[in-house]
Write a protein that binds this ligand. Sequence first.
Ligand code: 13P
Length: 345
Amino acid sequence: MDMERTARALVASGKGILAADESLSTIEKRFNSLGIPAAEENRRAYREMLFTTPGLGEFISGVILFDETIRQKTADGTPLVEALKRQEIIPGIKVDRGAEPMAAFPGEKITEGLDGLRERLAEYVRLGARFTKWRAVITIGTNLPSRTCLESNAHALARFAALSQEAGLVPIVEPEVLMEGEHTIERHFEVTETILKMVFQALFEHRVRLEGMLLKPNMVLAGNHCPQQAGVTQVAEATLRCLRQAVPAAVPGIVFLSGGQSDVLATEHLNALNQLGKVPWELSFSFGRALQAPALETWKGAAENISAAQKVLHHRAQCNSAARFGKYSSRRESAAQGGRASMSA
Ligand code: 13P
């Protein structure tokens, strides 16, 4: 399958992406908060639980894996990549090596991982990956972000995307403007518009084929410590206005990150976005926390909770699938909450 077909398959009608590519330190943080020991076997068992959820392929088109996970197997010895393929889910891989403090720019980060990337991509192709992800992190603060930080991250994203396409892999280009902070929704809009324009300029200069990539942006929100929080419709309208300013129509799909929003709010925002009328791209999801959090809380590291946790993940995926059609409702949600309440009882 060529890159354009893979990109379109990842944003197929009613489907979205499960981001399960937490680095070792991030998954440790998530496990720690629930008292689950951060052992390799627990990470493996957790990902097996997620990926073998019955019926997941109806709503999930692709899963983003971490380097450790793409090499792991289910308890019965099936590679996790194979378990995904059995559900008709496309395996992808996070290839950046994390956002590190940017020298001489206090409070800002630059994403690393370009050195040796060509060779790593060749290995990931052999392991079955069909798409890649690279996340840049932009912080809003007093006098932040700097132009240098934005440009450096845009440049790295473009180099990652060009190398991915050279290997036949669909790059998911993720410039995340963090929602942490006191900033207003207007300020979040301004920074998001600026980085998106820089990213598409860099992608053009690096000869990246827009038809064979996906954009993974943040939604445009007020900072989590801003006293004035925006409503669901306001977020959807601001996000769409921003994307229209900056994202070329040749991009097949926009797959939002959830970025620390609650699971239900992320679904509500996606739903409102899809109710706003005609746009040139598919508007879908590539959620990490907003898909996994309730399932992880239900699983708690215990084998006897697997089936209950899978039901929770299935319902979350189904709610987000409905949101892709603008057909999500509180009635649909309450079925999930009923399920969750009885399962945690
Ligand atoms: P969140 O949806 O939890 O923000 O994670 C998505 C992701 O893949 C971040 O790189």
